[in-house]
Design a binder for this molecule. Structure first.
Ligand SMILES: Nc1ccn([C@H]2C[C@H](O)[C@@H](COP(=O)(O)O)O2)c(=O)n1
Ligand SMILES: [Zn+2]
Length: 159
């Protein structure tokens, strides 16, 4: 008889997004994204990090201070990296698994790439203008939003 304790697709892809996030050097928020085709094939992965050629050790990782001395001016978000890392120009009908709800800028890129569903884990900036704008655009564009429910299985990665 076949085993029944195997992980489902959502656990598998969010687990990979969580593992991918662990590559990030961001001291406060490590974020991972995993883009998946309608046939459940992994198309691309990304995590938040500095642009190629910008030495991690030479870039600021601060959250506050002169804007030019904070990470926000420079860091490339996980979702954008996953889209840019994809060999496919057209991600029509794909799903993206993200460990943190997308910001407004990533929402634009997700919509323009043709991704049709966002499965998200954390949502710690739910009430920020960025998240409100992202939800507004996703709704207008017909992108489905699904909150990931952790299984509670202790051997799986969690936030
Ligand atoms: N959906 C998201 C949201 C944020 N990020 C990145 C951008 C920063 O590196 C970090 C957020 O830092 P915090 O303000 O929490 O200190 O997460 C992303 O990649 N995707
Ligand atoms: Zn973003």
């Amino acid at each position: 008889m076949k085993r029944t304790d195997y992980i489902n697709w959502d656990e598998y892809f969010m687990g990979i997004a969580l593992l991918t996030a662990m590559r990030s050097k961001d001291p406060s928020s490590q974020v991972g994204a995993c883009i998946v085709s309608p046939e459940n094939k992994i198309l691309s992965l990304g995590y938040n990090g500095m642009p190629i050629g910008c030495d991690d050790d030479a870039m600021p990782w601060e959250r506050e201070g002169d804007p030019l001395d904070t990470k926000y001016m420079y860091v490339c978000h996980a979702e954008l990296n996953a889209i840019l890392n994809s060999a496919h120009n057209n991600l029509k009908g794909a799903r993206v698994y993200v460990t943190l709800f997308p910001c407004n800028e990533c929402a634009k890129a997700i919509i323009q790439s043709g991704i049709s569903e966002v499965v998200y884990y954390g949502d710690k900036y739910h009430d920020s203008d960025s998240s409100v704008a992202a939800r507004f655009m996703f709704k207008k564009a017909g992108v489905r939003l699904t909150a990931y429910t952790p299984s509670g299985r202790k051997e799986l990665l969690e936030l």
